[in-house]
Every structure is written in C-alpha cells, then in structure tokens.
Design a protein around this ligand. Structure first.
Ligand SMILES: [Zn+2]
Ligand SMILES: [Zn+2]
Length: 135
C-alpha cells in the first residue's frame, strides 16, 4: 500500500498493489493540463486507487477528467473511460516510477531518445494499434 498526496496535503490517495503499467504520455491533453512536454503516468485499475482524504474535483480541460485538489490545483490522477486511473507519477515516492514505454508520441513536442518503445498511440496491450515512431 502506497499513500500519495497533492502538493498541499488536502487530498490523499491510497494505491494498492502494483501498477498495470508505467509510461510517459505525450498527448496534447496532458501537455495542456500539466503545462509540460510530457508526463509520467502510473496506471492502475480503478479499484486500486482510493481517495482517502479530501474532496478532489473531477476537472476536465478538453478530453480526460482529472481528480484535482480544489486548494492547490494538483492533478492527482486522470480518469480515462476504460476502468483505469492514471496516477500522476510525479507524486509517487522516489524510485517507484520505472517507465516501460512512451505513448501518444505522434503528438510529442520533441523526440525523447531512450531505449524504451515509443508508440504512436497505444500499445496493443492497451487496445492500441501498437505502431511505433522512428525515434
Ligand atoms: Zn492540494
Ligand atoms: Zn496524456
């Protein structure tokens, strides 16, 4: 069991068990919401992610609703409509995020060259086409 919290501590979330996958997301929605080129995501089944303190709003900019602290604005996790919750991996304890691949690379700001697979959309294990980009 791991407990994470937003920047101000109002919202606390318990994570049980291991993540389904960990990856970097380069989609436009994540870019705009986080003001970042890409973000680290630790994906869990919805039932593994439980809000135990605070009352986050389910705020949405364009595409994906994101559980957001009403006081400090931290997006704690995203709630895509697939029974999963994509936890903002910047909130995990040090060393708990080990990226396995990159997703939504067709929307990337710039290539991130590393040894991980770089999927245009999503890998087949997430219902995607499994296509990769050439970086
Ligand atoms: Zn907060
Ligand atoms: Zn994204």
């Amino acid at each position: 069991m791991t407990t994470i919290q937003c920047q101000c501590g109002d919202v606390k979330v318990e994570l049980s068990g291991d993540p389904v996958a960990q990856f970097y997301c380069h989609c436009r929605d994540c870019q705009r919401v986080h003001g970042a080129g890409y973000i680290p995501v630790s994906m869990y089944r919805a039932d593994q992610v439980k809000v135990v303190d605070g009352d986050p709003s389910l705020w949405k900019l364009r595409v994906t609703p994101r559980a957001t602290c009403r006081a400090c604005g931290t997006r704690v996790f995203a709630e895509p409509p697939i029974g999963m919750r994509g936890v903002n991996a910047l909130l995990l304890p040090d060393g708990a995020f080990k990226a396995q691949f990159h997703v939504q690379c067709s929307e990337a700001h710039l290539p991130i060259r590393d040894d991980l697979p770089h999927f245009k959309g999503y890998p087949a294990s997430f219902g995607g086409a499994d296509d990769t980009v050439d970086w």
